[in-house]
Design a protein. Structure first.
Length: 144
């Protein structure tokens, strides 16, 4: 099972609402399914030109390695050669900083991931988590 379009759109809307309510800079929000395919994406007016690639890399890295991008950052600090090799192995689409959050259903099954870019990594992650929780799914920003 993967995240469907209707849920992805609602998640993006809720994430953007949270970003606005918390005075974040313009955001780009990417939702991918468990296979790494883009389901939904929105780039707010004023979001920098390469924010899609960064947000996608956060989400794609999370799905590819089964860890939220905060956990990938911690792994990069401990094992930089592994993360460099993994980044190459997934075609460069791995950004190991907070803002890539795995999405799970109530039973713990992986549905996909959300990647957010536009403000600090911690704010990006909070926006992703808020969007996921708003659609009553489980956010996994770190490790298992």
């Amino acid at each position: 099972m993967s995240i469907d379009l209707e849920t992805a759109r609602a998640l993006v809307a809720a994430a953007r609402e949270h970003a606005t309510a918390t005075d974040c800079k313009p955001m780009t929000v990417v939702v991918i399914d468990a296979g790494g395919h883009v389901v939904a994406v929105e780039r707010e007016d004023g979001s920098a030109t390469k924010r899609f690639e960064i947000a996608f890399g956060k989400a794609h890295g999370a799905v590819s390695l089964g860890l939220g991008s905060r956990a990938l950052m911690e792994r990069a600090e401990q094992q930089p050669y592994f993360i460099a090799a993994a980044t190459a192995a997934v075609g460069g689409s791995l950004v190991p900083v907070p803002g890539g959050v795995l999405v799970r259903d109530g039973d713990g099954a992986l549905l996909g991931a959300v990647g957010v870019s536009g403000d600090t990594s911690d704010k990006d992650e909070a926006v992703a988590v808020a969007g996921i929780e708003a659609v009553r799914l489980t956010a996994q920003p770190g490790g298992a």
